[in-house]
Design a protein around this ligand. Structure first.
Ligand SMILES: [Zn+2]
Length: 64
């Protein structure tokens, strides 16, 4: 689960993004869906502070 914020309505929620690819920008296996706005593109969401912590933990796990 990764904590994200919807830029459209400012809602924060946990989303099961599936596999995360660490390229030039993050890519998620699953489409993120906001309960209020529906399916979001990556431009419509940003990681919260909690989400960033979760993602960097995953990133460092992958480096091992
Ligand atoms: Zn939203």
């Amino acid at each position: 689960m990764t904590n994200v914020r919807c830029k459209k309505c400012d809602a924060c929620f946990d989303f099961e993004v599936g596999k995360i690819w660490f390229g030039e920008r993050l890519e998620f296996e699953h489409m993120i869906r906001c309960v209020y706005c529906g399916v979001l593109t990556l431009n419509d969401v940003e990681l919260t502070e909690l989400g960033q912590t979760q993602v960097s933990a995953l990133f460092f796990n992958e480096q091992e």
